[in-house]
Write a protein that binds this ligand. Structure first.
Ligand code: AMP
Ligand code: GLY
Length: 418
């Protein structure tokens, strides 16, 4: 059973549904699109006992957790108690994502390279600190979960103070913003690195790159992700450095006695002084997963099971030598006040060599309509990144809903084109 309802879970369900090992696939709560490859059941993902009870009753042998919130709510812990295999870490381990302050302390303890930082629980202290530090760009982050939207890259101290005020005093993300991390601003290309992890071994997935800002040229606010491509090519030196970072995280996880089986995701920035960790996620990235999974040749279910049973050692992932480019179509107003319920045209036709994953759609009266901020992920795959990109954008030009937004420059630097 997969937990979740977005594009990442659609991609996961689609991939799992092709496994020769699969008997039955459930998805909770799933979506109209997911219901075409899995049996969708309505469960409250933030209620661990409800999920465990359903799993027991239906003899589910493996639960794969898509989003972070159920992990932070303790779903893996409850499943573990009832001896049901879970792909996803326990609540304690999931703090690497659910608390940026915790993640920063972990990185400091295990000497994992990251941006210099300070943590604040009081707005007055933060404001006093800012008044005493030199003028420079800064990054302000809500420590808690904010769907990728709680990070503000600020040009100067004044903007940093305003962002911190929104989080701590105006409480735009409720308690998630009551603790704030202020970081030094780093420059460099970003890299999303994901690996299967079982507490002892790591198996890397292809590296990818997300495009988090709303507008072309990395302008506008941070979003949950506007698109991604894979593999992101890096030098052998960077590969080795990323490998060292993952091993340090693994060592920390072991020393802290965290039960971590699932995906370890490091959001990295490749600076002049080597890769530094911007964030950990304790689950598959969204939309990176939509770009990465079409490249995987191995039976994904074998890896999901192996990770949850601590049997990853010696496993090797078979990966196609292709590129994929994922473009997200988003609703009017995203990422702030979104408009939904819009009719989507162009989904009835068949697209060749394109995969379409649904993040926020509903099928009503024979028609697809928008139902969320991120609506669709269009993924083109080809032996050249320029071709993968062309396929994805050609499909984007054939799909339409009023107010539809997209970035025109996903993988542009890598794939050429305009
Ligand atoms: P995070 O959720 O912490 O990964 O931050 C979201 C996005 O904000 C990242 O993908 C970066 O684009 C940007 N960002 C976060 N921290 C920094 C930093 N210290 N320096 C520069 N950009 C950052
Ligand atoms: N794409 C970044 C994330 O999944 O958080």
């Amino acid at each position: 059973m997969v937990l979740g309802s977005g594009g990442r879970e659609h991609a996961l369900c689609e991939k799992i549904s092709r496994s020769s090992q699969l008997e039955t696939l459930f998805c909770a709560p799933g979506s109209d699109a997911i219901s075409r490859v899995a049996t969708c059941v309505s469960l409250n993902l933030l209620n661990p006992s409800e999920i465990a009870h359903f799993s027991e009753k239906n003899k589910i042998s493996l639960v794969v957790v898509g989003p972070e919130a159920p992990l932070a709510a303790g779903v893996a812990d409850e499943l573990k108690k009832r001896k049901i295999a879970c792909f996803g870490p326990t609540q304690k381990a999931a703090r690497l994502e659910s608390s940026k302050a915790f993640a920063k302390a972990f990185m400091a303890k295990y000497k994992i390279p990251t941006a210099d930082f300070k943590v604040f629980e009081s707005f007055d202290e933060l404001s006093c600190y800012l008044s005493q530090t030199p003028e420079r760009p800064l990054v302000v982050k809500a420590s808690g979960l904010a769907g990728g939207k709680g990070v503000f890259v600020c040009e100067n101290k004044k903007a940093a103070l305003l962002s911190a005020k929104k989080l701590m005093e105006d409480k735009i993300f409720k308690d998630a913003g009551s603790c704030v991390v202020i970081e030094e601003f780093l420059r460099g290309p970003e890299l999303s690195a994901m690996a299967f992890i079982d507490g002892e071994s790591l198996v890397f997935l292809p590296f990818s790159r997300d495009h988090k800002r709303l507008q072309d040229g990395d302008r506008g606010p941070n979003t949950g992700g506007m698109g991604a491509f894979a593999p992101a090519l890096v030098s052998d030196k960077t590969k080795r450095e990323v490998d060292v970072i993952f091993k340090k995280v693994l060592r920390g996880i072991q020393r802290e006695k965290m039960d971590y089986r699932g995906i370890l995701y490091c959001g990295l920035i490749l600076t002049d002084r080597g890769p530094k960790v911007l964030e950990f996620n304790c689950r598959f990235g969204d939309p990176e997963t939509q770009a990465v999974l079409p490249l995987i040749e191995s039976d994904i279910l074998l890896f999901l099971e192996a990770a949850s049973h601590k049997r990853l050692r010696g496993m090797r992932l078979k990966v196609r030598k292709d590129f994929s480019v994922c473009i997200n179509l988003v609703s009017e107003g995203y990422p702030e006040k979104i408009k939904i319920g819009r009719l989507i045209r162009g989904l009835e036709r068949k697209y060749r060599q394109i995969q379409i994953f649904h993040s926020g759609t509903a099928f009503q009266d024979g028609k697809w309509r928008t139902s969320g901020g991120r609506v669709l992920s269009l993924v083109g795959t080809a032996s050249k990144i320029s071709e993968a990109r062309r396929k994805a954008y050609r499909t984007a030009s054939r799909i339409f809903f009023p107010g539809m937004g997209l970035r025109r420059d996903i993988a542009r630097k890598e794939g050429g084109g305009s």
